[in-house]
Design a protein around this ligand. Structure first.
Ligand SMILES: Cc1ncc(COP(=O)(O)O)c(C=O)c1O
Length: 343
């Protein structure tokens, strides 16, 4: 794929043509990580997407600027979604829905009897209507959710069903095309930036960084790190990106050949922290006082550490780690993450 060459202004105008509200606290800081850089022998910058402000932050907050504008323009008064118990997406959709005055109903498969901790706890505190199901069978979950939607409609509600609405996912890509402009401005204010190796959990945001960097001809490699199999971790870069291209009026299409996706850092599976992930979380906490999460960002940092230790970066590369948040789930993994037992 080759995107048309665009100026920053062209890209900004395309994005500004879409309905948008301002929920995210932007710009997020771009920080040097001097101790980590020293340890790894390569300059590391951290884009603090964990500091986007709403309900403990993360990348998903940026999406809501576009997604909630879409929901409002459709006259919706309730958000309905299916998300697993550990979902950051669920937390942020819930928070953004409440913020714009909508109700929030979340169906969580395979969650009956789970501790009300992490993202589930925050949704509960925000007054979400949680449906914790015992089944994970897709057709049973869909049937349950369809019935729920029909009931809401019978009660006169206008439902924004995040499973069916394109913008719920495409907003990831669109908002990270927008974030590329923000990042570019920040990088221009730093000395000594040449080639930038960007690492992010693979998904819609990766697509946005790729598409925008490509159309602005920026010297960036965007590497997506898989944190589970693509199906488990919703890392469908191509589908979300192409939906986003539609929304922005581009006829170009992304293919899987365009996408750099690493599958060596999944470890035992989605939402199961690997040893390198745990090491990465402890290392960044100890060196920089920055906390990563055990499902997404810990595995991305594990990939960066592995690349540095195996001399895969060039001397003048800058590594840019996208800290996409996910922090509430830290507390569901205390047993794996704590360094020792306290008797
Ligand atoms: C912390 C975190 N990082 C990255 C991602 C990937 O998000 P996306 O597919 O929107 O790029 C997610 C998705 O749930 C997430 O929760």
């Amino acid at each position: 794929m080759r995107m048309p060459s665009l100026s920053r202004l062209d890209l900004r105008q395309r994005i500004d043509n879409l309905p948008r509200i301002n929920i995210a606290c932007l710009p997020t800081p771009l920080q040097e990580a001097p101790n980590l850089s020293n340890e790894l022998g390569v300059r590391v910058l951290i884009k603090r997407e964990d500091l986007t402000g709403l309900a403990m932050g993360g990348n998903k907050v940026r999406h809501m600027d576009f997604c909630m504008a879409d929901a409002i323009s459709k006259g919706s008064d309730v958000s309905l979604n299916i998300n697993p118990w550990m979902s950051n997406n669920a937390r942020i959709i819930g928070a953004a829905s409440k913020k714009v005055g909508m109700d929030y109903v979340c169906v969580a498969p395979d969650s009956k009897g789970r501790p009300i901790q992490g993202n589930l706890l925050i949704q509960d505190i925000m007054g979400a209507e949680l449906h914790l199901l015992s089944t994970s069978d897709q057709s049973e979950v869909m049937e349950y959710t369809d019935k729920l939607e029909s009931k809401l409609v019978e009660h006169g509600k206008t439902v924004y069903n995040h499973i069916k609405e394109h913008m719920s996912r495409s907003s990831a890509t669109i908002s990270y095309m927008d974030a590329t402009l923000e990042l570019d401005q920040q990088l221009q204010n730093l000395e000594g930036i040449g080639n930038v190796e960007v690492f992010i959990a693979s998904g819609g945001a990766q697509g946005g960084l790729m598409l925008a960097s490509n159309s602005l001809n920026l010297p960036r490699n965007i590497t997506g790190v898989l944190v589970g199999t693509s199906e488990e971790s919703f890392a469908d870069v191509v589908t979300w990106s192409n939906n986003a291209l539609n929304h922005l009026g581009f006829s170009e299409r992304l293919t899987w050949n365009d996408v750099i996706q690493l599958d060596s850092y999944i470890g035992p599976g989605y939402a199961i922290p690997s040893e390198p992930c745990i090491e990465a979380i402890r290392m960044v906490a100890e060196l920089e006082g920055i906390i990563l999460d055990p499902i997404y960002t810990g595995k991305v940092m594990a990939a960066i550490i592995d690349h540095a230790r195996n001399n895969k970066f060039k001397e003048d590369d800058t590594v840019l780690f996208m800290h996409t948040g996910g922090l509430p789930e830290l507390f569901n993994f205390a047993d794996e993450l704590k360094r020792r037992d306290y008797k």
